[in-house]
Design a protein around this ligand. Sequence first.
Ligand SMILES: [Zn+2]
Length: 394
Amino acid sequence: MNFVFICDFEGFMLEDQQVGEWDYQLSEDYKTVEGEYEMSETRYGFTKMSVNEFKIWIQKQGNYNYNGIQIHHTAAPSYANFYKADGSHEDELVRQNNMKSFHVNSNGWDDIAQHFTIFPNGTVVTGRSLAKTTAIGIKGWNTNKICIEIYGNFDKGKDVMSEEQKQAVIAVYGELCKKFHITPSISTLRCHAWFTAGGSFLGDYIPGRSAKTCPGTNFMGFGNSKEAIQNNFIPLVKNYMYGNSTSNTTNNTTNNTTTNFTVRVTSDTLNIRKGPGVSYGISGEIGKGEVYTIVETQNGWGKLKSGVGWINLNYTENTSNTTTSASSTVSTGNFVVKVTTSVLNIRKGPGVSYDITGSVKKGEVYTIVETQNGWGKLKSGAGWISLGYTEKLK
Ligand SMILES: [Zn+2]
């Protein structure tokens, strides 16, 4: 077996190719924690799951011998391939099967390289069986390693990871570490970028020597360096696993600002901490959709005006530049907006508590027929978008 790199796929555009029979299943195994079916589906031998379904699914898998997890991004395909102009997105299982076809037919491998792919919408799709405890992902670091491909190109200036995908990534790494008794560290969670193409371990991303940039030079906003993973990614995974991580401190004060702004919480729950970092104790919790005024920021954390503590701003969206943030402002009268963020979710209603029905992309122009609380209803009827990430054209 020739274990070479798998990312930056060339020739992956097989979207219209119909492969095999569609084999739709909905298994008892994939009930959500609330006991309701979400989106689990199996085709081509791959199963797609929500994060909640993955949490249950992984507990039912065998106790295989794993001692590390690889970190990759797909680079190509990227968000531009996943999200379509009409706000829909490609079929995750078709994409996964096309990746397998490429790995098997073009690269001559025994199977798809990765054990899991995490898609831009937070969907998790199985790949090679966990029973195959040798990955194909990082030459020199494949034995007893889990290979995860994070769908997107997270190099600087490319895709900005969606909140849904970020939460899924943290949860999947956390759940796998728990399942296989892996302690998160830079020895157990390693980027492809820390290795040469020949399989030598560099210990860090070194441009010109690294095999790849995986998982991207701007992965999750902090990048692919040893320091970035150690100070940011590892604490996020540990915090997911243990709730109150004591690891690491990034207390160096940077980016101090004193201009007030408001944010809306985008994760289901978010801890309030006594200081700006996961090393500080938890002093409370806030919930999705709630809006708070931030009076000071440090290292990506924001201090609540109430004085209760600090929250991680990665799990919020800024609502200050929303033109109509007064509550229940309803207006009619059509106008046209241009999307200013790379990917913007379309939701069933005017707020983050509503389900996502699709997405729109930077530079695209849409007609808004109604507004509420800073959200605009698309003329197409596809749903609502947050106007804070758009500019009004006329
Ligand atoms: Zn890679």
